[in-house]
Design a protein around this ligand. Sequence first.
Ligand SMILES: [Zn+2]
Ligand SMILES: [Zn+2]
Length: 317
Amino acid sequence: MKILKLSILALIILSSSKINAQSFKVLPLGIHGGLEESNLSAYLAANDTSQQYVALDAGTLYSGIKVAMQNHSLPTEAPEKFIQNNIKAYFISHPHLDHVAGLIQNSPADSKKTIYGLGSCIESIDKHYFSWESWANFSDIGEKPKLGKYHLDTLQKDSSIIEPNTGLKITTFQLSHGEPFKSTAFLVTNQSDNSILYLGDTGADTIEHSHSLHHLWENIAPLITSKKLKAIFIEVSFPNSQPDKLLFGHLTPRLLNMELADLEELTNAAALKNLPIVITHIKPDGNNPATIKKELLNKNPFQVKWIFPEQGRFLKF
Ligand SMILES: [Zn+2]
Ligand SMILES: [Zn+2]
């Protein structure tokens, strides 16, 4: 009887701690890596119970929010109100247009907030987009007059900050995206110490003559072994038929599996099994999306869980 009571008590404690452990929700606002200008890389991340999001890249905002409202993923209101009130900060992986166009074009209607990125990314956004020749300087640095709506904040690689409006911890890692261009991976960690990892555009270490991905894998391997990492968002831009010299700092299904092999060596054999890997940044030319999907599903040596995101549909981890 006593044992039964104790085990019931243990069950209650266990299930309540499970309820308290915060999980993540991610709303893809744009999933492609080019062409379709209403559907380019942007992912909103928040704790499951929160309506306060950080944007991981911002290629498409308004159109993605509209789709999310049409399919009842979000309550219906003016999309610009959602941008103003619910996106609390932008984390930009690199300054290519397919990662910032939504942010730039919605800037006149946006509210005051911070744009975070590595130094080279922040400099480029300021110089090329928040310039009076190409648009208007909505930032608080660079060309005068400075409208000061956005605080441009430089992140340091291999270090963490707490985003004050969401309480989410963001750890920054540098990636190589076609020598010598840099991109960024953001590790987003909540108060329950659970994380998701979002990678901006990246090439494979072998092709890039870099150790950036290996360095990232070394850092996140312990989180995979301890089951604290809930998902990896990583790009596969091209199918396997893309020649190495035409990759322009991107991955194919074969190269992604090669990188996962490197990660697997840093964890234990079963650690990657069923780990959600969200495939981002597919270039939608021709049959690419179907071919890439087929190539990934046909070859899954580590039995990860491939996830193909849809614009405006929540993912939960
Ligand atoms: Zn891109
Ligand atoms: Zn890029």
